[in-house]
Design a protein around this ligand. Structure first.
Ligand code: AMP
Ligand code: MG
Length: 358
């Protein structure tokens, strides 16, 4: 696909973003292996998650700052250093510092050793409010924290906003089968694990292995009959209304059972055609953050798909740290979107009627 006239090239930024995400993924993998090995997950100890969240954010900030030297740096990211500056947080800060320095030393690209103060400052580069003007990096250092603790799916999700629109996105998915999620449960499939999805506006979407195999172009599936479609949704039941999505699936005539995966790995899997639809309908009052969708949505749209809210509007990433419309998100291919939207809107209407007192 060629680049439309008038779009600047984001090649340098995309290269930096891939490098940042791949390095952060390495740190996350180290921590996740320790969780699984020490069986901390059964004690529901949040500490390893926190260490990996912060460590991932530090590495992404650091690599972007080293690799992209033009213009000022702004990042909208999930974590900040407030809790780490409190009394009693010394030990965890020490662990983050060691982990970051160890990851950097093993990688060998940068000859630096970060102090604790430098770690705190790097975390706080993520405090930007984003908005409609200028460039802002958008980062979820570990998307799908619950999957991460469970030893399941998670993603390091990084995007760039330029004048309010997402212009590139990278998703590092260390636990995703490289070829297809149909190999999710089969450890005997021989499929390699770990995928790095990337996309830049007007340039298509690609996947490569996390250790740097050559990128391959990807595209969404071409299914046009909903009866043959399968859909992704959150692994966590609390993150999307399953009774609602069940009724939409029934209206559409979807036959296959839902495929439930944590994190924006769902967007990556959809972008390479592993499934036909990804939808999420959070419970009322939940506000979606931009870092939960920016990278995933451009990977899907550049793979030929479409991402809309429940009213059929494009997602608006220009309004700060939150998405303004939060009535549900649907990602699918161009053929299926009209019927999916129609059934979603019918189901919303029925739900409203059922809850109305009259
Ligand atoms: P997923 O695995 O697709 O559900 O995505 C994980 C993301 O869901 C997390 O990073 C959170 O930002 C987000 N999340 C947390 N609580 C909720 C909720 N109650 N409803 C919807 N999304 C949520
Ligand atoms: Mg998240």
């Amino acid at each position: 696909m060629s680049r439309p006239a008038g779009n600047p090239s984001y090649a340098a930024e995309l290269g930096a973003a891939k490098k940042a995400v791949a390095l952060a993924a390495r740190l996350c993998q180290t921590v996740q292996q320790e969780i699984v090995q020490s069986d901390i997950q059964s004690k529901a100890d949040k500490t390893p998650v926190t260490v990996a969240d912060y460590g991932s954010q530090v590495l992404v900030s650091l690599v972007l700052n080293m690799e992209v030297t033009s213009g000022s740096f702004s990042m909208v990211a999930e974590e900040d250093s407030e809790d780490l500056r409190k009394d009693g947080a010394e030990e965890i800060l020490e662990r983050i510092t060691d982990l970051v320095n160890k990851t950097l030393a093993e990688d060998g690209s940068y000859n630096i050793l970060l102090s604790k103060e430098a770690i705190l400052s790097a975390i706080d580069t993520g405090k930007s409010e984003g908005g409609p003007s200028g460039r802002h990096w958008v980062l979820d250092p570990i998307d799908g924290t619950k999957g991460f603790v469970r030893g399941g799916q998670y993603a390091i999700a990084l995007a760039l906003l330029d004048e309010g629109r997402v212009v590139l996105g990278v998703l590092g998915c260390p636990n995703l089968p490289f070829t297809s999620v149909s190999n999710l449960s089969g450890s005997s499939s021989g499929d390699q694990t770990g995928a790095l999805f990337s996309a830049a506006i007007g340039c298509g979407a690609e996947v490569q292995s996390l250790d740097g195999s050559p990128p391959q172009k990807i595209s969404v599936c071409t299914i046009d009959n909903p009866a043959n479609a399968s859909f992704f949704e959150s692994y966590e039941g609390a993150h999307s209304m399953r009774d609602f999505t069940g009724s939409v699936a029934e209206k559409l005539g979807v036959q296959a059972p839902p495929v439930r995966i944590d994190s924006q790995a769902k967007y990556g899997a959809l972008a390479r055609g592993d499934g036909a639809i990804y939808w999420r309908f959070p419970h009322e009052g939940y506000r979606e953050t931009i870092w939960d969708h920016a990278a995933g949505s451009i990977v899907v749209t550049e793979a030929g798909g479409v991402v809309k809210d429940a009213s059929g509007n494009d997602l608006d990433f220009s309004k700060g740290r939150y998405l303004v419309r939060d009535t549900g998100i649907i990602a699918t291919n161009k053929q299926l979107m009209p019927s999916v939207l129609k059934c979603v809107q019918e189901a919303i209407k029925e739900k409203k009627q059922a809850s109305s007192p009259l």
